[in-house]
Design a binder for this molecule. Sequence first.
Ligand SMILES: *[C@@H]1O[C@H](CO)[C@@H](O)[C@H](O)[C@H]1NC(C)=O
Ligand SMILES: *[C@@H]1O[C@H](CO)[C@@H](O)[C@H](O)[C@H]1NC(C)=O
Length: 351
Amino acid sequence: IIHWYSFQMRMLWVTLLSTIPCFEPCYCEVKEGIFHVHCDSKGFTNVSQISQIWSRPFKLNLQRNSMRKLYFNSFLHLNNAISINLGNNALQDIHAGAFNGLGILKRLFLHENKLEVFRNDTFLGLDSLEYLQADYNVIKRIESGAFRHLHKLRLVFLNDNLLRSLPTDAFAGTNLARLNLRNNYFLSMPVRGVLEHLHSIVQIDLHQNPWECSCDIIPLKQWLEKLSSVIVVGDVLCKTPEFAFGKDLRSLEVEVICPELKYSSGPSPALPGGDDLTTGSSDMGEGQSFSFLSFLDFPKKNRLFCLVVVGHNICYTVLLVLVGCNLELKENARSSQVNAAGFEVDDMRGM
Ligand SMILES: *[C@@H]1O[C@H](CO)[C@@H](O)[C@H](O)[C@H]1NC(C)=O
Ligand SMILES: *[C@@H]1O[C@H](CO)[C@@H](O)[C@H](O)[C@H]1NC(C)=O
């Protein structure tokens, strides 16, 4: 009886499956309770050729076809897709609004195509997107608002592309857990405006980039050092300058990477993007001794003053002067923080 029953169940299942329309020349199956549409390697050149409408959630596999462009509203009729795989096509361009209507799509695969740019309007409509795989393209540019509306985005693969930089606020509004930037052309990467938005990162891959281990990279170094080592996948090896070649950024001393930060330098040292450095030193406690980095947090004219004074004194007075500078600088720091917080400086005078 049990055998007969399970046979009946199987027949019922087969009948159900065959009543779900598939689409020639694709084939369809239910796997782990999810409806899959397999249209890989069928020579499709345009999404409009997939003219079927599926009224239940489904995964659409369009790998290894010959699509070059995704047009405005291409996917409107495929609005129940929860995953679309467009890997290994010949995609060069995604028109604005191409993904309109895909409001429940969670996963989008665009790997191994010829995409060059992600524009502000490239991913419009993908309000539920959690996973974006775009490795092995030729992406050179990402506009600052490209990911902004993707509030659910958790995982982004951008490895093996041609990126040299990421725009300010690239990840603002997202809550990324994993980010792969391996094998691009990054020389450095700012903390302020870029890495600072990765509040929830659990895995980041920066391997195989030509990191230039000079002053500009110090905020990145400090940011990495604050992360647990399991978060940073692989090495972050310096390509230049020569003395640092092949060394891990985290293993080098700040003063070695950026000797300009030494006191002995001339009256107008080449201070690197000082703004970026402030982020890296934000957790410096009151009790800690004056460091080169907190030094960069302060207004330029004070730095200059200190340097000139230090430069004209011999060793035994240096310490005294530093203590003096430090006090004055702390005063300044307080008032600039007040400004940054948008308060009137006057309000703080009584404190
Ligand atoms: C591809 O489909 C779009 C509509 O989504 C249509 O406007 C376009 O002409 C089609 N292109 C080709 C080459 O068939
Ligand atoms: C993209 O969007 C951001 C803000 O969301 C804006 O600042 C930027 O100018 C936009 N870029 C272009 C090219 O429209």
